[in-house]
Ligand binder design. Sequence first.
Ligand code: NI
Ligand code: MN
Length: 212
Amino acid sequence: MNAKFFGHAAFQLDDLLFDPFITGNENINKKISLDDIKCKIICITHDHSDHIGDAFEIAKKNNATIVACAEIAFDAQSKGLNAEPMNIGGQINVGNWKIKMVPATHSCSKGTPVGFIIKKDGKTIYHAGDTGLFYDMKGFAELNIDFALLPIGDRFTMGIDDAARAAEYIDTKAIIPIHYNTWPPISAEPEALKEKSTREVIIFEPLEQKEI
Ligand code: NI
Ligand code: MN
């Protein structure tokens, strides 16, 4: 599966893109144009601007489908975009993906903050969104998660220590750290997670692309 990190929480797997915060991210916005981004599905974890970001504009350019909590999805539909509304615990099929919406412990303005557990080609990936550690992550251990995208920047989300704990709860095979070093208040050293976690840690530089 082709994976590309756009910095912060923006991550693409084949034709599915999470939380595309591009124009507001000064670490990448001069190196990429929204026209370069091609996708069919955009999953949005919550409506903070560093997550909903450019989602609607990219959806429009690509005729892509927004997948989000009902309140964000209805807003997208009211603007003429394709959207699949859902809520915590629900699972839907979109394109070749199975997409499940799971809780996140965070805040937002519209609806509720969420994470996603998605499956395709025998692989299961968890994008945690913005969240603190929560004990119910232990339930995700039954889902055979291959890759967990976990925030490590601290302050607004988990930091490195709790991300290492989360990886044990989830029983993920590998961690992909996200949501760090976008701004000084969430600076973190992803290499430090390798010392703290028993799991494989796969670090992506912003705009790096690789097969996972
Ligand atoms: Ni947030
Ligand atoms: Mn955030």
